[in-house]
Design a protein around this ligand. Structure first.
Ligand SMILES: Nc1nc2c(ncn2[C@@H]2O[C@H](COP(=O)(O)OP(=O)(O)OP(=O)(O)O)[C@@H](O)[C@H]2O)c(=O)[nH]1
Ligand SMILES: [Mg+2]
Length: 368
């Protein structure tokens, strides 16, 4: 206990070694990490958590490196978590990340760390949430989480990040379909990287048109409620800001001076889609715009109160997941694994049905 109090004090003071140590405990699922996490709880909630996600090799690490530099120019402290799902596709990627981001190694305003767990399903996702809270309490203004994959990946970045940047690239072929399938629910800011390659303009157009179609069809998107709330705020302060009929997408007083490129749907001045920013991560082209968009999204979340409601939803989801894990582990311990096998046999032998079996388990749980 004493030790965990000391360690959480060190983390709060920004001690890099104590922070790294606690994240290692998180990674190992060391039970003694919990005391330190509890002690840090009161100091969590100030960092803005940004998820950078997209297909393997899209340039996420290169982009992250440039985003870090830009945020450092603005005096912000930045932590990066590069998530390695230990999949065969990303083998060796983390080493590359280290090299790619090495130039920040001597900057004590930057913390870079890769995360991997060899544990059970869901372990990585929990480790990311916990590590992100540690970095938040350690005083970083931004926590950037790089994850591979879109939808169905083990780390559901949408449940963790305040702002999600969805990266795509030209030349993905069929993969663009995967992006299309999940795109509306995932992205707050869209980035088309490798804009130096053929076909980048077309990808930008395709994403814009997908977004426009979704908005015109009234599809449920991640961004529409935020844009509506922001428009309502703009109307409220419209008189002061610019006569009340400012073009959609222009910065409002509510967003501060944040620049943003969110565009109106052609022919529908009241409907907006999120920004789609073309970048060349290698040269840094477009990075200023991308960072401006991230900051603008953050400002909109804060001004509308959506930051709080998004975090509330995410936390409720995380609690549900945590509860499910506890229930499962309660069922698997105390000799109940046996009874699950017994029940499974009984279902296979048609003595009871699946739903009877579930009810038996539920009764067993509520008795304890
Ligand atoms: N032509 C071009 N290449 C780029 C650009 N950005 C990154 N790359 C290259 O693309 C390759 C993959 O870049 P990474 O930053 O490692 O991509 P990643 O998305 O982090 O990859 P994983 O973490 O393995 O999924 C590297 O060789 C980069 O140098 C770009 O804008 N243009
Ligand atoms: Mg990477």
């Amino acid at each position: 206990m004493e030790e965990s109090a000391a360690s959480s004090d060190l983390v709060r003071s920004g001690d890099i070694r104590a922070t790294a140590r606690l994240i290692s405990m998180v990674e190992r699922e060391d039970p003694s990490r919990l005391a330190a996490l509890k002690a840090l709880h009161a100091y969590v909630g100030n960092a803005h958590v940004v998820g950078i996600t997209g297909p393997p090799g899209a340039g996420k690490s290169t982009l992250t490196d440039k985003i870090v530099s830009r945020l450092r120019e603005q005096g912000r402290r930045v932590a990066v978590l590069a998530v390695d799902p230990s999949s065969p596709f990303t083998g060796g990627a983390i080493l590359g990340d280290r090299i790619r981001m090495q130039r920040h190694a001597t900057d004590d305003g930057v913390f870079i760390r890769s995360l991997a767990t060899r544990g059970h399903l869901g372990g990585l996702s929990r480790a990311v949430s916990e590590a992100s809270r540690v970095l938040d309490a350690a005083g970083y203004d931004f926590v950037i989480i790089e994850t591979v994959g879109v939808g169905q990946s083990e780390v559901d970045i949408v449940r963790i990040a305040d702002t999600v940047v969805l990266v795509s690239v030209p030349g993905l072929g069929d993969d663009i379909q995967a992006i299309k399938a999940g795109v509306m629910e995932i992205g707050d800011v869209f980035c088309v990287n490798k804009a130096d390659k053929d076909g980048a303009e077309r990808v930008v157009r395709e994403i814009r048109s997908m977004l426009e179609t979704a908005v015109l069809n009234g599809a449920t998107t991640r961004f529409t409620p935020l844009y509506e709330a922001r428009a309502a705020l703009t109307r409220l302060d419209g008189g002061r800001a610019s006569g009340g009929d400012r073009a959609p997408g222009a910065p409002s007083a509510a967003e501060g001076a944040a620049h943003h490129l969110a565009a109106a749907v052609p022919g529908h001045p009241n409907l907006e889609i999120p920004p789609v920013v073309a970048t060349v991560a290698e040269s840094g082209q477009g990075i200023h715009d991308l960072v401006d968009e991230i900051l603008s999204h953050e400002a909109s979340l804060v001004a509308t109160g959506f930051l709080r409601s998004r975090r509330e939803e995410n936390l409720a989801w995380e609690l549900g997941r945590g509860a499910a894990e506890r229930v499962l582990s309660a069922l698997e311990h105390d000799g109940r694994k046996e009874s699950m096998s017994d029940l499974a046999r009984a279902v296979l032998d048609k003595k009871i049905d699946y739903y009877d079996a579930l009810e038996t388990l539920e009764r067993a749980l509520t008795r304890s």
